[in-house]
Structures are given as structure tokens and as C-alpha cells.
Design a protein around this ligand. Structure first.
Ligand SMILES: Cc1cc2nc3c(=O)[nH]c(=O)nc-3n(C[C@H](O)[C@H](O)[C@H](O)COP(=O)(O)O)c2cc1C
Length: 369
């Protein structure tokens, strides 16, 4: 049904316009009490076996919305209504910015993929903080806040920029993510080098502790799939050294591997980050590598190319406590989360693991035991 609708309506529209249209509908539905109660009852995770704890939060299920979809924190209830059990808003930058010129989002339909070079278009940390302040949540959900560098701020002043966002946003975050992995802000990914990352994460940690004194805001870093394996290991070691709470693996890729021959070569050649199905293999590989290094000591969130419950299950077995998705939502529509949570519950029931937590990293334990 949704596939037909996608082909007839969304596929004929400019991808960014289609996004805004769908977004408007989701927000509208979430404002209508009867409709939202009905939709949430149908789609929200309700499998007891999927209840889990992560980052100091009790969750109904492990599957959430990756950053970039709700950049400005305007649809947290709407996305929760659709079954995402946590919603990561952002990337928010300290200053508001328009992002890159349009067109900047491309659908590679035959490859079930997207290329984007949005460039952190967002309202800025002050506006988003004010919105979160005024928010009167309908659903209890976990809200991650993902922060990045303002484009016009030079790399040498990046730390101050992240600190400003932290000071404004940390108090609204159930967890805070330092995004150093988007390919669409020049120089951003250089911050993944541990020499840059160490002072950045230390400063953000201190700013979060300074501004939020009644609890400890969990701090995570989101990394690119394009890091060399040794650099993935170096980030893992740094995360342990700094007492980080988690790592999100992965952001989009600048590589074009894994694409079939079916997508239009002109689209494949577009600059930007590739997401969706072609990212699956590398994201899983990075996650596995991280878990091998950090084990259960910090929380790993698996993201990149997740389309099915089986994909999400494989991430959990590889070491992810939580799992996120974005691109497949565009292709699969509003019943996607429900299918993922339902399929995960079935897999857990048919597995040797008593709880979801027991399944986390089980692949690795099998290999080493
Ligand atoms: C249009 C678009 C915009 C995105 N914007 C952000 C962003 O602002 N911050 C971020 O950390 N990740 C962003 N991402 C990356 C996603 O959060 C996710 O890491 C990536 O798309 C891989 O997941 P997927 O294959 O399920 O889409 C964006 C992805 C897309 C497709």
C-alpha cells in the first residue's frame, strides 16, 4: 500500500519537498488526540521482551530514529507515535544556518539508498533549546540531541562552538551526541582524529557537567564508516579513556561501494553522504570492530542500512544495545518501526537469549567462548 503511494506520489516529487510534506502530515496527526492515540496504539513497541535499559533510560524497544530527520525538534511526538522508541534530534549547530544550496537530497531508488549534502540546515542551538524548553510532551520518549559545528566557524574554534551548543542543549538531552562524521561540513571529519577529538569531547563533557548539575548527561560520539580500521580502534580506545557513554556507528559514507548498476550514474556521482542499503555491510563491520574493542563497557548504537528486523537483530548480536534508522523509513513508510520491533521480538523469542541485553554482542561471545 505505502509502496504504491510512494511510487505514485513521493517518487514523482522532489525528495526534499516530499520529506517536508510527509513531515507536515506526521506533525499534524500528532496534534490530533484521537488520531495520535490510535496510531500510537497500533505502531508503538509493546512487546514486553523488548524492554531494555540503555544510557540510564528504560526503553520500550531498541529501535529509534537516527539524526537528520527531525533536525529542529519539531516532531518528537510525531515520530514516537510512529513507533520510534527514541528520537535523536539534530544535528543542531551553535548558530542557525541554511545548509547547502538545493538540490541536496537524492533518491537512488533501485539501490534503496539516498545521497544527501544537506549541510546541517537547522534553526540553531538557541532556537532549538527554546523549542525544547516550551515542549509539552505527549509521549514519554528518549530524546537524543546531536550537535555539530557551525559551517562558518573555523576548525580552530570548533570546540567553543560545540561548547555553546552543549550549554544551551544539554539540559534537554536524555543523551548528547557529538557529531564529527558528517561529510557535508568541510573539515568536520578531521575532528575524528583522536588528537582533535580528545580536547573536544573533554570540553563538551565539562560543559555538560557545568550546565546540568542534577544528573549526568550521557555523552556519545558519532563516527563515519569511512574511518580506517585503526582509526575506529583509536576512537574506541579514546572513548574508554574519557569515560564516554557510547559510540554511534555510523554516519553516511562518501564511498560509493555496494551500489548496484541500476541507479542513474548521474545520481551516483552527486556529492554527499550515501545512506541506506549499500551502507549496511560497512556499518555492521565498524560496529563489530567497536564491540570487539569495548565490549559491554560502553553503549553502542548501530545505524546504517537497516531495512528489516533481521538487519536490526544482526546489529544487536554484533554489539548494539540500540539501533537506529533513517533511509529505509522513506522507502518503507509508517509501518516500518512496527515491523522491526515485531520481528525483533519474534527473533528474541526464538533465540537462546532470555533478554535483549543477553543478545547484545552474542556473536562475539560465541566466537571467543
Ligand atoms: C537526509 C539525511 C540527513 C541526515 N542528517 C544527519 C544529521 O544532521 N546528523 C547526523 O548525525 N546524521 C545525519 N544523517 C545520517 C543518519 O543519521 C544515519 O547515520 C545514516 O543515514 C545511516 O542510516 P540509514 O542508512 O538508516 O539512513 C542524515 C541522513 C540523511 C539521509
Amino acid at each position: 500500500m505505502y509502496r504504491l503511494f510512494f511510487q505514485l506520489v513521493f517518487q514523482r516529487m522532489d525528495p526534499e519537498k516530499a520529506h517536508h510534506l510527509a513531515f507536515r502530515w506526521i506533525r499534524l496527526a500528532a496534534r490530533l488526540p484521537v488520531l495520535r492515540t490510535f496510531v500510537a496504539a497500533a505502531l508503538a513497541p509493546r512487546h514486553k521482551e523488548l524492554r531494555t535499559e540503555a544510557l540510564g533510560r528504560r526503553m520500550h524497544g531498541p529501535f529509534g530514529l537516527a539524526a537528520g530527520f527531525d533536525k529542529n525538534a519539531v516532531a518528537i511526538d510525531g515520530m514516537t507515535m510512529l513507533g520510534f522508541d527514541h528520537v535523536e534530534i539534530g544535528t543542531v549547530t551553535a548558530q542557525p544556518q541554511p545548509g547547502n544550496p538545493k538540490k541536496r537530497l537524492f533518491r537512488l531508488v533501485p539501490d534503496r539508498a539516498l545521497i544527501n549534502r544537506m549541510g546541517f540546515n537547522n534553526d540553531g542551538s538557541a532556537a532549538v533549546a527554546a523549542r525544547l524548553d516550551a515542549r509539552n510532551p505527549v509521549f514519554r520518549t528518549t530524546v537524543g540531541v546531536n550537535i555539530g559545528k557551525t559551517k562558518i566557524v573555523p576548525e580552530s574554534e570548533a570546540i567553543g562552538d560545540y561548547v555553546t551548543s552543549t550549554e544551551r542543549l544539554a539540559r534537554h538531552a536524555d543523551y548528547l551526541v557529538v557529531n564529527v562524521s558528517s561529510p557535508n561540513t568541510p573539515g568536520l571529519r578531521n575532528l575524528q582524529a583522536v588528537d582533535h577529538l580528545r580536547p573536544l569531547l573533554t570540553a563538551v563533557r565539562e560543559a555538560a557537567d557545568r550546565t546540568v548539575t542534577d544528573r549526568r548527561v550521557p555523552l556519545l560520539v558519532k563516527i563515519a564508516p569511512d574511518l580506517a580500521d585503526e582509526d575506529v580502534d583509536a576512537v574506541a580506545d579514546l572513548a574508554l579513556e574519557l569515560g564516554l557513554d557510547g559510540i554511534i556507528a555510523t554516519n553516511t559514507t562518501i564511498a560509493r561501494d555496494g551500489l548496484g548498476l541500476t541507479s542513474d550514474p548521474k545520481l551516483i556521482a552527486e556529492t554527499g553522504g550515501l545512506s541506506g542499503a549499500p551502507l549496511k555491510e560497512r556499518s555492521l563491520e565498524v560496529l563489530r570492530r567497536l564491540y570487539a574493542r569495548v565490549g559491554d563497557r560502553i553503549t553502542l548504537i548501530g545505524v546504517g542500512g537497516i531495512e528489516t528486523a533481521e538487519d536490526a537483530w544482526q546489529r544487536i548480536l554484533a554489539g548494539a544495545t540500540l539501533v537506529q534508522g533513517y533511509s529505509a523509513f522513506i522507502y518503507q513508510g509508517p509501518f516500518w518501526c512496527r515491523a522491526i520491533h515485531k520481528g525483533l521480538a519474534a527473533r528474541l523469542r526464538n533465540s537462546p537469549y532470555a533478554t535483549l541485553a543477553d543478545a547484545v554482542g552474542a556473536d562475539h561471545k560465541k566466537v571467543t567462548s
